[in-house]
Design a protein. Structure first.
Length: 241
């Protein structure tokens, strides 16, 4: 097993999801659908929903009667349902915008979402928004795709456009989820998931990694907590020291 001590080793190993063919829509429709459905299953049952709700709970007092949320690197767009459920539970109005670099993924997302959610194709490294125009900027299983420097650049932009908070929900780099992923990928019908899942865990974070990225972005996390199973949730309240 390649060492999990340093995530830089894993950044050199490419994920199929990062390949230009995926962004350009050159992946077969059936394979893309399988991949997004399996990722949605992972989000729902392995910390995605729980982590995002934990982050939203931490900023609840800053939201008033409603909020807007931008999900960067939204994939299949299942976060829209997660946010809608949390908003309903807390008696808040919410408006969700989903953003992904892949044209094919954006098209797939639009077929599965209600008219209450907007889908935008754009590059996370060049967020096309003016300052302080969105209440919450959210990243779910996304920042692990990038080096410390690029992730910090993305977070700097997110902090600039967010009015209330920036929330990160991502993987904890640890031997247990890595070995579990290696064992479980044989159950996957998606070639992309089978290839990418172990690499994603290797590209995941430890506390020091997330603190370093925030430092490069010019701020400190207000909250940095572990969420079961093997997730990190990091929250920056905009306007706080």
């Amino acid at each position: 097993m390649k060492s999990l001590r340093c995530r830089d080793n894993w950044l050199q190993k490419g994920e199929f999801m990062d390949h230009p063919a995926a962004a350009a829509g050159e992946v077969e429709d059936a394979e893309l659908t399988r991949t997004l459905l399996e990722l949605s299953f992972v989000h729902r049952w392995f910390g995605g929903r729980r982590g995002t709700w934990a982050g939203l709970d931490l900023v609840r007092g800053n939201l008033g009667s409603g909020f807007s949320l931008l999900d960067v690197g939204s994939g299949g767009g299942d976060l829209a349902h997660v946010v809608a459920d949390w908003s309903c539970k807390n008696g808040l109005r919410s408006r969700t915008m989903l953003m992904d670099f892949s044209h094919a993924i954006c098209l797939e997302s639009r077929t599965m979402l209600s008219s209450k959610s907007t889908v935008l194709q754009s590059d996370a490294q060049f967020l096309p928004f003016r300052e302080k125009c969105i209440d919450i900027v959210h990243f779910g299983l996304f920042l692990h795709h990038f080096s410390t420097e690029v992730a910090a650049h993305i977070l700097t932009q997110a902090h600039a456009i967010a009015r209330r908070a920036v929330i990160v929900n991502d993987l904890h780099r640890h031997a247990v989820p890595y070995l579990a992923t290696r064992a479980g990928i044989h159950l996957s019908r998606s070639e992309m998931v089978r290839h990418d899942a172990p690499i994603s865990v290797g590209r995941g974070f430890r506390r020091a990694d997330l603190q370093e990225i925030a430092g490069h972005a010019g701020f400190r996390w207000n909250h940095l907590l572990r969420v079961w199973p093997y997730r990190w949730v990091a929250v920056k309240i905009v306007g706080s020291s």
